[in-house]
Design a protein around this ligand. Structure first.
Ligand SMILES: [Zn+2]
Ligand SMILES: [Zn+2]
Length: 348
């Protein structure tokens, strides 16, 4: 046998002598880049389609690089030496020296690749995280069930806030939502999330919050508590008409500092602390106001036709009251008609 290139006599490999054959062939190769997915919550890494545990990131990087080595058909990798040179916290240059056997030849080759670390969640953790929670936000309403419309609106608001917060913290999520007892139970990944969401509800709806916690176990020698934030929304909403100390008031606005009430007999408005309104009783809503035809009007009084009985009914005008047409809007209370304030005289 002789080499078809240099004519040397001796054993040949694909018609070449060993020198010519080795000059013209490579036996191993690696891609330019190898992506390594690491679980954000544990020490598992995804390599060649399989999740596995590694003692260190370095071990996982080495494994990702060496697993990516492709060998020529018929060649067998005998020895691998990989060195890792971190370029930054997520990119690692890996230099690999291999010894490869091909038939009776022994070849040394040098390879280089960059392993890029990517974030991910392993299936095990995504399962654990899926039902994991540190805090429950219970949303209830005093004296009545949460309506479907309120439930939907509050849930949407909470989901939007959690979504926003999760952009800066991966560990922020809603585990589970349960609608129950005329309210909502929202299971949250962290207690600080429960705290800030309940604070938002206080701010926006004048709710009260009660916190309770229970010991659920230990982790790294620290006791783990699960905190329940029970948020009670007031029984009234903006636009409701309530009885407070036996006087009818319209709820003009609700905030963390208090609730704005409009006295329906005088149209005077005032702020009352939410705590002072706990015994308030809802008797209706502005939308239940009736339209009454004005028969005559003097400086101080209106004579209305009561739409309930078609009888004439005298009603005292409040200071600055202005009607917008032949009818006025008034809330029926006992035998009276209570004029709605000016800004509600026109139907929205
Ligand atoms: Zn040759
Ligand atoms: Zn994991």
């Amino acid at each position: 046998m002789f080499c078809v290139r240099c004519g040397r006599e001796g054993p040949t490999y694909e018609n070449l002598c060993s020198v010519c054959f080795l000059e013209n062939n490579v036996f191993t190769s690696v891609p330019d880049h190898v992506d390594l997915v690491g679980c954000a919550h544990c020490d598992e890494y995804l390599i060649a389609g399989k999740w596995g545990q590694f003692r260190s990131l370095e071990d996982a990087v080495r494994c990702a690089a060496t697993t990516s080595i492709a060998t020529r058909k018929g060649a067998k990798v005998d020895e691998i030496n990989a060195e890792i040179l971190p370029q930054d916290s997520r990119n690692f240059l890996v230099t690999i020296d291999t010894k490869v056997k091909y038939q009776d030849l022994l070849v040394s080759e040098h390879l280089e690749t960059v392993v890029r670390l990517k974030g991910g969640v392993c299936p095990r953790c995504s399962k654990i995280m899926g039902s994991y929670y540190e805090s429950i936000l219970q949303v209830r309403t005093r004296d009545r069930a949460l309506s479907e419309e309120e439930t939907e609106r509050i849930l949407k608001e909470i989901e939007a806030k959690v979504d926003d917060a999760s952009k800066s913290s991966r560990d922020t999520f809603i585990s589970k939502v349960e609608e129950m007892h005329g309210g909502l139970d929202i299971y949250l990944s962290s207690n600080s999330l429960g705290k800030s969401l309940s604070r938002d509800l206080v701010e926006k709806y004048g709710a009260e919050v009660k916190e309770s916690s229970s010991l659920v176990g230990q982790k790294d020698g620290k006791e783990i508590y699960r905190v329940t934030h029970l948020v009670r929304l007031p029984s009234y909403r903006v636009g409701d008409i309530i009885l407070q100390t036996e006087r009818p008031y319209l709820i003009g606005g609700i905030g963390s500092k208090g609730t704005r009430l409009v006295d329906l007999r005088t149209h005077e408005s005032m702020n009352i602390s939410n705590a002072d309104l706990r015994s308030a009783q809802v008797i209706g809503n502005k939308d239940e106001a009736l339209e009454a035809v004005v028969l005559t009007e003097t400086e101080k009084e209106l004579e209305l036709m009561d739409p309930r009985s078609y009888k004439t009914l005298g009603v005292k005008k409040t200071q600055g009251f202005k009607r917008r047409g032949e009818v006025v809007r008034a809330f029926p209370y006992e035998g009276d008609l209570l004029l709605l304030p000016n800004w509600l005289q026109k139907k929205e």
